[in-house]
Design a protein around this ligand. Sequence first.
Ligand SMILES: [Ca+2]
Ligand SMILES: [Ca+2]
Ligand SMILES: [Ca+2]
Ligand SMILES: [Ca+2]
Ligand SMILES: [Zn+2]
Length: 586
Amino acid sequence: MRSKRTFVITAVMALTIMVSQAQEVKVPLRFDFYYSYEKVVEALKALHSAYPGMTSLDQVGKSEEGRVIWALTINNPATGEPLTKPGVYVDGNIHGNEIQAGEVCLYLANRLLTYYGKLDDITKVVDRNVFYIIPVVNVDGRAHFFADANTPSSNRGLRIPVDDDHDGLFDEDGPDDIDGDGNITTMRIRDTLGRFRTDPADKRLMIAVKPGEKGEWTRLGQEGIDNDGDGQVNEDGEGYVDGNRNWGFNWNPPYVQRGAGDYPFEGTGIKAIAEWMFARPNIIMVFAFHNSGGMYLRGPSFKAAGELPQGDISVYNYLGENIEKIVPGYEYLISWKDLYSTYGDFTDFTNNLIGSYSLVGELYQSATETFNGSDRLKDEERSRSGEPSEGERQRLLFNDNVAQGELFCEWKPYKHPLYGDIEIGGWAKMSTRMPPPFLLQELVHRNASSVIFAAQYTPKVAMDVFEVKKIEGDLWSIRVRLINEGAMPSVTYQTIKNKLYPKDILSVTGKGIKVISGGELQDPYTGLVSYKEFKPGVQMCQVPGFGKIEYQFLVSGKGNVVLKFESRKAGTTTQTVPLKEKVQKK
Ligand SMILES: [Ca+2]
Ligand SMILES: [Ca+2]
Ligand SMILES: [Ca+2]
Ligand SMILES: [Ca+2]
Ligand SMILES: [Zn+2]
């Protein structure tokens, strides 16, 4: 017979095993829960050890609190080195609270690796592209969002202390979880002179009183007490330096824009990622995932930048219009025009200094939380704005009947040291800006599909030497065509406009040959060529998306001619042709 003690030990061991099994991260990854920062790291390590030949796992840098920012690179070495392929960079969670962005990144990695060799479309992009995936940029932010009490919107910034109220103390008085339920909700107090009354449609909501109406409530802001006894409540919370206002392109100081930081790249992780990207000049496509609203945003991020070159707009429109169909309900928009201007943001940095196409994905629409049979409500206004909001009423019914009360903290009385008898309540931390886990699967799949779609349309340049003709003696004419099946050109138009780096190069060389002249073939029928006067054997070029470009060279000599196209973004293509007659049909 087992002793009681043995039984207890066995039970504890069994429980420990059960818990550790339940939390074990295995490939294929699951997407019916949210990964803490530690679980994200486990998931990346699990993917890397399941696919060691196809992945590398790099420490990009460390955060203010010393956490590692990890990048998973997916590349098939059998089809070439990473730098020789069009790079697709995907990150998420630069804002600490915007967690499902990390799951989209993990899902993308999981999808590419576990379906490689099973689905042609996946196999093709994995073979042709390299994927750089950083699921969590603000690693401290994600860790604290899970560990600490928060609102759905708090804990966005980097862990750089800022003295918001200029009292010489840093981050000394943020919101407090005064009822200890893990959420920072709202405080309200009964007040007949208050500006709010109870919404007759749902007692949990407040609506603004109209002139002449009697008030019922005054809102006291987020849960909290006066931690430093300076007479103010919650006046100096964590940070605030916003990782997405701290990049080194068109950065503006804090008096222009809150959260800018004292100087660009002040965030150690932000700087580390910038350097990591500069070491990967093949990155042509960037996705940065955030929440929320259901949008894909392109730049520019600020009005004074003017419009992008038309060639780039066409690429964005092609991607954006298709992504709107891949993720129904999401809108493709222009950042500054349809939202607001920002300075020092990430995608302006990548557009202008990495030379990539860049989209911000704002994940999730809380308007999909309805209980009236409709897919989503147009009316997303919060009751905070004072109007009765059908959207928020529906979300509460969704909370009650579909989420069993998980999303909303019911109002309850509380005795506050400063305000006396108050009530606290409101939306829970894990609500509003992210789907409840049962809706997560579709969100991560569709948005990862946007990335895979874009990868399919990165530049795909082929070379065709379509004519070699003898002029006389050992003088030859060579015509070559560069064809791009991708939607993206081999160099962005913005890169050319900014003179960010030299254009791509088409060169003609050969041991026994000399290049007499060469240039772009404007009209193959009339033979009109725009000749380049100096160094005709080296042509600077851009191969347009869904297009072609043709060149004609005159060379003298004997033997083989080597034609080489070299592109930062579209890789290198080489052909060796003998100097003997060759005429191809078009
Ligand atoms: Ca302070
Ligand atoms: Ca609370
Ligand atoms: Ca203070
Ligand atoms: Ca205070
Ligand atoms: Zn964000």
